[in-house]
Design a protein around this ligand. Sequence first.
Ligand code: HEM
Length: 493
Amino acid sequence: MSSTASDAANPTSIGRPVPSAPAPRTSRPGLIAAYRALNRNPITAFSERAYNEPIVSLIRPGRALLVSDPEAIEHILVHNAGNYRKSRQQQRRLQPALGSGLLTSEGEVWRSTRRLAAPLFSPAAVGHLFDDMAAATRQMAMRWQTAIAPDQAVDLAAEFQRLTYEIVSRTIFSGALDQDRAQIHAHMAIYFDTLGRIDLSSFFDLPEWWPSATKVKARTSLRTFRSVVDTVVKGRLEGSDGSAVSGDLLDRLMHASDPTSGRKLDADAIADNVLTFLAAGHETTGNALAWIFYLMGLDPASEARTRTEIDEVIGDGPVSREALDRLTFTKAVIDEAMRLYPPAPFIGREALASDEVAGHQVRKGSQLVISPWIVHRHRLLWDDPDQFRPERFLSEAAKTIPRSAFLPFGLGPRICIGQRFALQEILTVLAILVPRFRVRLADPAAVEPLARITLQPARGVAAYVTPIKACREAPSGTAARSYPEAEAGRLSY
Ligand code: HEM
């Protein structure tokens, strides 16, 4: 593999602090040490070999492989994707909550649901959601301006979890969850945190261990949020909640049909997918935002350059969706932050039949791990892999980065369907917050990445947020949103 994204001569990297990451182990851990590390924080289990070699066996050779070679990744996720399914153990943990939703289904159910859901995430459909994203962000900005003293540290990770949950629930339900929002959010967090804990054990052929007290807590949480969502879906289907067609994602799912088979989703499948969008859509994006502000806090020059770009492109007027496309450096900051802290740090697959991957024999049933955390910091793929250098994504060399060497949203047929939604959301949040607040990290040394299903800051990101420009009152995004095709009652795709 040749070196890519070279930017070694860039003087701006001099003097920048190295962002927090666990030091790779000098030798491979034994079974018990590996299990402990996986349970505590899987990214601490990797040795130097993982960061230096294209393919590494995990525990038992041939049964579990860590694959970081771009061609091998393309083979698994794109060219021979039909031979690989999502890991059964991983799916078993998520299926009780997400059922036959897009993230957890396989085969024809997945194909049909993907075709049916694709129009919900088209550029035009996501563009329509901009007002909701901006309104929720302005509301948060108003709160920061009016309710947070300059000497009071806030936890950016918690703030952005709350914001992205607000955005995804507004865009899915048009606020129908208003009363239960905080409760549902808390229960979802308990459930997914519990399940995410030893998510990787299957890849390392380790025993499944899950304390029953936690299991009971997770089950209670699942029952609570599932029943609220089922009630909302049922109410909307029966038209008994009195809400007009609002054109939100729930309406669109209810009216969508698979263009090939004509299949429509029943109530259970609608709820499964709504929950999938809620679960897949907020924690990932919330963590991405926390890491972006952490990295800008470490590197005031990049923060200043982002602010200057946003000021130049947007000026004093309101942020528009079209303006987001012109924020070139800001996009490079987002890419670089998702390179260093990929919000989904592990992509797992299981071989349906034997195969050969970059010269390695893969047996039927083998577990393959593609870790954006490892691939994005791989010594054969990146110069100064542990440094925050947004400019690398603007350089000529960036054009030669193989698509499988930078894959925060995955690759191939199962690539993230919400990628456009997430990027528009993150750009909207940055375009509104960066010109209005100076963010200073309270204790950068305390920030530490922790891998669960998502990659989160272990103890949050404490920061002081100081207003530098006044925020205006937020218009209501849901009211401001207009869906001509919904109003005309034409909602089949
Ligand atoms: C920064 C934010 C996000 C990141 C980094 C991210 C990452 C990913 C990745 C890596 C996958 C592929 C997993 C695999 O191949 O096993 C995926 C799948 C998926 N994501 Fe995202 N995601 C983000 C935001 C969102 C949002 C906002 C939504 C929805 C509103 C969403 C919905 C989904 C769904 C439904 C799938 C399953 C797609 C399928 O299997 O067909 N994601 N995501």
